[in-house]
Design a protein around this ligand. Structure first.
Ligand SMILES: Nc1ncnc2c1ncn2[C@@H]1O[C@H](COP(=O)(O)OP(=O)(O)OP(=O)(O)O)[C@@H](O)[C@H]1O
Ligand SMILES: [Mg+2]
Length: 255
């Protein structure tokens, strides 16, 4: 049984079939790359999985439970975290606080905190900070912990956003074009970071336009075209598939 299973998912906007009959399984511990030309439905797919949109048809199962149509905050609580295609850090607070904010999604019952002794509350805070610093270290950002998020270069803000998503201890992490706007050094740091996450057993779905990056990281690649699952296979097979190269021809993006 896959950690995530979608069955015949459909989502349309007016006359546009953004997602058209997508059935897909993602196994625990795998890195799945999702590629496809602009407008092929990649972000919509993540938006359906995270409860931003409701599917018109089809089902989504996560960890053996039906999560179809659950609102976004409930999906987060069940263990799916994500980043967005456009940057969403909290610019005017510190790097460290950005991560601590991410950890708060873990807190399910806020009333419970009213009953914590000050000592227990402080212990909790310390543990949260330790975890946040561990994440920052993995992303090479520990030295910047007290700087305002907006003072980081764009690529590092994207790394920070990923750390924040991880702070909720997700079972599945989904990244929408994490490389966008990164320089080559930042991309290398991100690739190392993702390899470290894989080694720790994380399951990750990555949408990406940068082919060398995604092909070197993913265990499996799914290609979307006009809302449909066009191909599904190991990176070497997808990379050498002339039909995959064809769907990019005449579009602005590269392969
Ligand atoms: N909220 C929306 N309202 C109307 N149409 C939408 C909406 N979201 C997506 N679409 C349409 O659905 C289709 C798929 O869009 P989506 O953003 O999922 O593509 P994508 O593969 O992520 O593209 P890109 O590579 O440019 O990010 C496009 O035709 C898009 O215009
Ligand atoms: Mg997109």
């Amino acid at each position: 049984m896959g950690l995530l299973e979608t069955r015949n998912l459909v989502k349309s906007f007016g006359g546009v079939m953004a997602i058209n009959d997508i059935t897909l399984d993602l196994e625990e511990g795998d890195i799945l790359g999702v590629i496809g030309p602009n407008g092929s439905g990649k972000s919509t797919f993540i938006n359906l999985l995270t409860g931003i949109y409701r599917p018109d048809q089809g089902a989504i199962r996560f960890g053996g439970h039906d999560i179809t149509g659950l609102p976004a905050h409930q999906v987060t609580r069940r263990g799916i975290a994500r980043t967005f295609q456009n940057l969403r850090v909290f610019s005017n607070v510190s790097v460290l606080v950005n991560i601590l904010i991410g950890q708060h999604t873990q807190i399910q019952n806020r009333l419970y905190h009213l009953f914590l002794t000050p000592l227990a509350a402080r212990k909790r805070e310390k543990a949260a900070e330790k975890k946040a610093l561990g994440l920052l270290k993995m992303a090479n950002l520990a030295d910047r912990r007290d700087e305002l998020a907006k003072s980081l270069p764009y690529g590092e803000q994207r790394l920070l956003e990923i750390c924040r998503a991880l702070a909720s201890n997700p079972r599945l992490l989904m990244l929408d074009e994490p490389c966008a706007g990164m320089n080559p050094n930042e991309m290398d740091t991100l690739a190392d970071f993702i390899r470290e996450l894989r080694a720790k057993g994380h399951t990750i779905l990555i949408i990406e336009h940068n082919m060398p990056f995604i092909m070197s990281l993913a265990d499996r690649i799914v290609v979307l075209d006009a809302g449909r699952k066009f191909k599904d296979g190991p990176p070497e097979q997808i990379q050498n598939d002339p039909e995959v190269q064809d769907i990019y021809l005449g579009k602005e993006d590269d392969i």
